[in-house]
Ligand binder design. Sequence first.
Ligand SMILES: C[S@@+](CC[C@H](N)C(=O)[O-])C[C@H]1O[C@@H](n2cnc3c(N)ncnc32)[C@H](O)[C@@H]1O
Length: 452
Amino acid sequence: MIFIQIDDIEQAYLKVLCDEVFGRVNFINMIVVNMSNLSGVKMTAAINGKKFPKIKEYILIYAKNKDTYKLDIPKISKSKWDNEYNYIIPEFTREMYDNYTNSNGEIILNNIEKLNLVSLKKFLSEKNISDTLEWKIENSYRIVATKPNHSLYKRIINESFKNDLSIVKNASGKNVLIKSDFNKQTKTARLEIVFAETNNSIYLGDQWSDIVTTGGVGQEGGVFFPNGKKPEKLIHRILSSATQKKDIVLDSFLGSGSTAAVAHKMGRKWIGIELGDHAYTHCKPRLDSVLVGTDQGGISKGVNWVGGGSYKFYELAPTLIKKDVFGNPVINKEYNADMLAAAMAKHENYQYNPSPEVFWKQGKSSENAYIYTTTQLITLNYLTSIHSQMKENEHLVIACKTFEAGLEKAFKNITIKKIPNTLLGRCEFGKENYNLNIISVPQLDEEEEDNE
Ligand SMILES: C[S@@+](CC[C@H](N)C(=O)[O-])C[C@H]1O[C@@H](n2cnc3c(N)ncnc32)[C@H](O)[C@@H]1O
């Protein structure tokens, strides 16, 4: 799945673009999130009668395949009493509420006449109970809403065949009062009695205004980042609904490192990409403090974060090959000898690990196969001197800019390759946008993988 946060200037264009890329059928949600509060410079536009202050952004959610994805939608507790719940069953106890369902999920109330619904308001004032949210939530097992209305309830309860009445759970899990004419197929009922308890916590909707960006968010992870820093709580909500432990989370716009920090604390594997200097000034220090456990902000306390794990930090090298004024491919001058040797070892699938003793053993692929990269002209003398140091069963690849004619066949166990020619066609160089032409992916063994 992909989650993309965007502001209201770009969201319409991004939606169309994403429909094209991911398929319109794979669109799941457009969440509204708080990005600011009603204060500061944005209020001037309101004072001047120019603009409603902008405090929200959107998160577009797409699935790779709408038939196979799964979201775990969290439930949140009610912050406000829903006034639909305006009747109470005074004699109903918590035990009755907990025990009334039989193995078919039906609610057994043996003596239905006792289902005496009293107006909640009246009940509270008669009992001198103060009308607080806490009291209502505590008593929500006996507070109900009658749907479609209470007069229908009264009529049904007064009908002569009242013993036909019972309460069952309907298709959406709500308790409904039914008569014998209840349609078991369609699960329709003449009247619903919905217990406030069942609705005490409700599924989160697509408006996440409960998560705020104000308060301590600016300081989360110990790094200040003014542009679009996301609250850890927001990332936590996304990751807990769309991922499991050990899943891989990718954030290709890492910013101050929020996604990686949260993914790490939640036991997910992660990849973060950042082109700015804040890869060093923000992401790295933030993740280091997550690892040692000193980052106790954000979601740390909620997930009992004490530290642990590891990560690898990679830096993207500059393009290895550039074009000169004549359009010919040449080695980028930004590459010094070591960088070039490391790059050539990688391209040729050797492990770059220069031997301190033998200058031509810069990289190794198997026990006896080595690579040596140089920008010097390779002459017969030079090659002969290297060959004299080689054991019979050793093989060497020499990557060089130029060599004397005929040398490529001089020794059976020495292969000479010319750079940059040998690299052309294998990868793209010197472009703004690369087609992900991955030439070799390091294979981690299971043990190494588990330690990360
Ligand atoms: C809005 S910030 C992300 C903030 C982040 N979610 C956080 O909570 O800190 C976007 C980041 O994407 C980075 N960025 C933009 N284009 C990029 C690219 N092509 N590759 C990698 N990072 C890029 C920017 O440098 C910036 O740090």
